[in-house]
Design a protein around this ligand. Structure first.
Ligand SMILES: [Zn+2]
Length: 489
């Protein structure tokens, strides 16, 4: 069993918007605005008092969305249902007839459209993609926020950046988000760890190391001995980061692979400090050792012939999650620049780079034997009931874009054997649980009102997750039109 402690910074979020899903409906029933209570609970320093008045200003009128198909996020669906939201939270879900709604409530008839919880990307690398260039020199507060807004545009409520962020700047952006300085998907990140000056893919590594130099901030903790492992974990604990991403990969011989002895030390020290370890591993054959060391999950599924029923059972027994991350390999061979769903968020010149060429084709050939291996391996994970999470590795390489790749990954999940409902669970409640986002991933009373309105039913065809009519985060509609203008500029 792993302690799944919420990210520290996330527990701050929870101070505002979660933390007491049980308490919330009760407070609503007795007419206490939750925000007000939270504000009263906070020590009111001068700056916080100012924030308090701003938060109160930001309170919204209740909104009732009725006549909709509600995909709850737990595998169930309600037809012809309604959802009442107020002050950024879901107040009630179910039949309109059973809801008490006074005249002040704004009502939107959704006419049979679908509500689905906003998605969560459990594996990305924010900050480096600049759309016209890629690298550490693009990493800035503004670029991080741009990436989080791209996620919001595509209907995501949160994203986990896996071990490549300069920590002080990343924390600063989290704090700014908590203060409500900008509206976007929630930003989570981890400390990175590998042998000294090793870790991300070779190209990425050069940029991450240069960015450390440039900012004087920590990104990658280099570990060469048991003592260093313990020390690094303690430093990370002192910074109140609650996830460590380790790389166990020799990158085809160009890097030194983190040894089993060392990752066991890291995992043991992390457990002592209440920190989760997520692994990047090169082969499925590395998984049993990492499971035994106690990692919480795997950021690269390595689905295929060497991941069969035996490893699937070990994963299930240890309750380790798997992010299959199939799109990273696939989408780079596809002429994604032709896809109108991606074009919505790219300048024309960037989309033009990704049209049909000798590297990219409209429908890349997939070898039948490989496809059948992938399906068998994926079926083993599903049969063993392993927690499969949506994750994309977006931003780890140029032109692997934020948000868009998440929708594409769900298409791959379904192609390999998930039902659309299973794919949606993998994008909503499962990652929310694993990342400690206790108020996200479900359309239930007390949860944050983070959801998409879809024109068409994704249970009929998973590609209907693209038919986004609107996105709401914290109960507020994301201004997608304005965002798209900025993205395509
Ligand atoms: Zn990655």
């Amino acid at each position: 069993m792993h302690i799944r402690r919420p990210f520290d910074i996330v527990s701050l979020f929870e101070g505002f918007s979660t933390g007491y899903p049980v308490l919330r409906p009760f407070l609503a029933a007795i007419g206490v605005p939750v925000q007000l209570l939270v504000l009263l609970m906070l020590p009111l320093a001068a700056s916080q008092a100012q924030e308090a008045s701003q938060a109160q200003e930001a309170r919204q009128a209740p909104l009732l969305l009725e006549n909709a198909r509600l995909i709850i996020g737990d595998g169930s669906v309600q037809q012809g249902a309604a959802m009442l939201i107020a002050d950024g939270s879901i107040v009630s879900v179910g039949l309109r007839a059973n809801m008490e709604v006074d005249e002040s409530v704004e009502v939107i008839d959704l006419n049979g459209k679908t509500l689905v919880p906003a998605f969560i990307d459990s594996h990305a690398h924010l900050g480096y993609e600049g759309h016209r260039s890629w690298g550490g020199s693009n990493y800035s507060r503004d670029n991080l926020i741009d990436h989080l807004q791209r996620y919001a545009y595509y209907g995501f409520s949160a994203v986990f950046s896996a071990g490549s962020d300069p920590d002080a700047l990343a924390l600063e952006v989290q704090q700014a988000q908590l203060r409500g300085d900008f509206d976007a998907a929630r930003f989570l990140f981890a400390a990175g760890m590998a042998p000294p000056r090793q870790g991300p893919n070779d190209q990425f590594l050069v940029h991450a190391l240069a960015l450390e130099q440039q900012t004087g901030q920590k990104i990658l903790y280099g570990v060469a001995s048991a003592e260093q492992a313990t020390e690094a974990v303690q430093q990370i604990a002192a910074k109140k980061l609650s996830v460590i991403k380790i790389w166990v990969d020799d990158r085809g011989g160009s890097q030194q692979k983190l040894s089993q002895d060392l990752y066991r030390e890291i995992a043991a020290a992390a457990t002592e400090n209440g920190i989760d370890v997520y692994a990047h591993q090169q082969y499925a054959s590395d998984m049993p050792g990492l499971i035994d060391a106690g990692v919480a999950g795997f950021l690269h599924g390595r689905i295929g012939a060497d991941l069969g029923m035996e490893i699937a059972r070990q994963l299930a027994q240890a309750e380790a999650f798997v992010v299959p991350n199939m799109g990273l390999g696939e989408l780079r061979r596809e002429a994604i620049g032709l896809d109108p769903f991606l074009q919505q968020s790219l300048p024309e010149s960037v989309a033009a780079r990704l049209l049909e060429s000798d590297r990219r084709s409209l429908t890349p050939l997939r070898s039948e034997s490989l496809e059948s291996e992938l399906k068998t391996s994926f079926a083993a994970l599903l049969d063993a009931d392993v927690d499969i999470l949506l994750g994309t590795d977006a931003g780890a390489v140029p032109d692997h874009f934020f948000g868009y790749t998440g929708h594409r990954e769900l298409e791959i999940f379904v192609r390999l054997g998930m039902t659309p409902m299973q794919a949606i669970v993998a994008a909503t409640s499962k990652p929310a649980q694993r990342l400690g986002l206790n108020d996200l991933g479900l359309l239930r009373p007390g949860y944050s009102a983070d959801f998409m309105v879809l024109e068409n039913n994704p249970l009929d065809d998973i590609r209907n997750t693209r038919s986004i009519e609107s996105v709401y985060l914290n109960g507020r509609a994301v201004d997608r039109e304005r965002l798209a203008e900025g993205f395509t500029d």
